[in-house]
Each structure stands twice: as C-alpha cells, then as structure tokens.
Design a protein. Structure first.
Length: 272
C-alpha cells in the first residue's frame, strides 16, 4: 500500500508526463506551422523586422540646426532601414517563387495578396508579365531620398502634421476625420493630412505609396533600369521621378536633390 508521500509523488509524475505530452504536441505544431510558412518561397535566411515604435523627438525644442539635423537623421534611419528590410524580404520571396517550376496553392495565395497590396493588375497566368510588374514595384526606396523628403515635408520634424499626426511626408487621406485638416485648404477640397499611430507607420505608408501609385511609375522605372544594369539604386536619380509629388513639379525635384547633396546623404545609399 502506497504511503501518503508516495501517492503525492506518483500524482506529480503523472501531471509532468501529461504536460510533457501536450508541450511536445504544441512544439511539433509550431514547427509544422513554421515549415508551412517557409515553403511559400523556400526557407529564407532573413525574417521581417518589427518596426521601431519610439515617439518623435521634440524637434521644436532644439534650436541648434546641426544638432537638430543629426538627431533627425539618427532617429529616422533605423525606421527606414526596418521598413526597407521588410520590403526586400517580400522581394526575395517573389524572386524565389519566380524560380519555381510549379506553384502550390499557398504560393499562389501569397502572390495574389502581394499583387493586391501593390496594385499589380496582371494575372499570374501571364507569368512573365506578372513577375516583371511585381518586381518593378516591390523594392526598397533609397535612404537618402526618404530622409530628404521627410526633412523637406515635415520641416525637420517640426510641422503640425509631424508633431500631431506622426506624418513626415504630407500624405493625404480622404475620409472625414481620418487626419488633420490643412489650415489653408480650399473650401471645395475634402482631403485631410493623414494621422499615424507611429512614425514607423508613416514611413511604411510613404514607401508603399511610392512603390504602387501610378504617379510614381517613372521613379520605379528608373529604379528598375538601375537594377538591370547592376548599378546601385540612389536617391539623386530616383528623385527625378517625383515631379508629381508636389504642385511645384521640377522645382520640388531640384530641391530634394539639392538637400541630398548638401547633407551628403548619397553616401548612405551604398549601405542601404
């Protein structure tokens, strides 16, 4: 007959065995899920990054111009790099799928979702055209260009839209209450300047906008040609595709290029 202590020991061992069984089953499930995700495009060496969530520094309280610039660039650079990293992960996945002779149902679903995200209208049935259009749109934006536009559009992080809406790029939205109403908006206009929960979301939205909006087809074509020539993608050249970003047209393009040169931002593109 078991003693009281022996019964307690047996009960503890039973609980341990049961927990071990369920933990093993749970771990196996996780490994199975991980494998199924990886097989979308073969196992990729890199994984998407979690975007930084640090709040916008109080640039309005910094009066030394050089100090403000340095803080602006050092704050924004890791955010841009994280967003670009995630875009490149998408691009690598697409490249990997392009090389497969036969696509699984999961592969096709992934491609359909990415095509919808980037507004690619070609059908997968026209394989060459589909992948060409998708890869033209899914690519990084040079660090120099993002920094210059962010500085220009947000007045180095001090604009009302940057401070109150985390919007560094003057991006618009069109449903009532979606953002901040511009003070000089004409009476017949309905747009607002979008608000974002974090600066990272603003950067993510801006990069997606350049990558998919019809207005920036020239920018993407310049980038595609640079890729084709195996030439580093740089902000100075891509800025030539930004005439539609501002009503100022070519003057705006020249200003962005001037900001890149003056602040020596092109050197960052070799690293991005």
């Amino acid at each position: 007959m078991l003693t009281s202590n022996q019964r307690i020991l047996c009960f503890s061992l039973s609980i341990t065995l049961i927990l071990s069984f369920f933990l093993g089953a749970y771990t196996a499930t996780l490994h199975s899920q991980s494998r199924s995700i990886d097989t979308v495009a073969g196992i990729l060496p890199n994984k998407p990054k979690t975007l930084p969530s640090e709040p916008l520094p109080k640039f309005t309280q910094i009066f030394n111009t050089q100090e403000k610039k340095q803080l602006f660039f050092s704050y924004l650079t890791p955010i841009i790099e994280a967003v670009n990293h995630n875009v490149i992960i998408e691009r690598k996945t697409i490249h990997s799928l392009q090389q497969k002779s036969a696509l699984t149902a999961q592969d096709k679903k992934y491609l359909a979702n990415v095509a919808k995200k980037y507004r690619v209208t070609s059908k997968l049935s026209d394989r060459n055209k589909f992948f060409r259009q998708l890869l033209t749109k899914v690519d990084r934006i040079p660090l120099s260009l993002v920094l210059a536009q962010a500085a220009n559009e947000s007045a180095w992080g001090t604009s009302r839209f940057a401070v109150k809406g985390n919007n560094l790029f003057g991006q618009w939205c069109f449903s009532r209450g979606c953002g901040l109403v511009p003070e000089r908006r004409s009476k017949d206009a309905t747009h607002e300047v979008a608000k974002f929960d974090t600066v990272s979301k603003s950067v993510e939205s801006y990069i997606l906008n350049l990558n998919r909006h019809a207005e920036y087809a020239e920018l993407r074509e310049i980038r595609r040609q640079l890729r084709q020539k195996n030439t580093p993608v740089n902000g100075i050249q891509l800025a030539n595709g930004l005439a539609g970003y501002s009503e100022r047209g070519q003057d705006y393009v020249d200003e962005i290029k001037s900001m890149i040169r003056f602040n020596n931002l092109s050197s960052l593109d070799q690293k991005s």
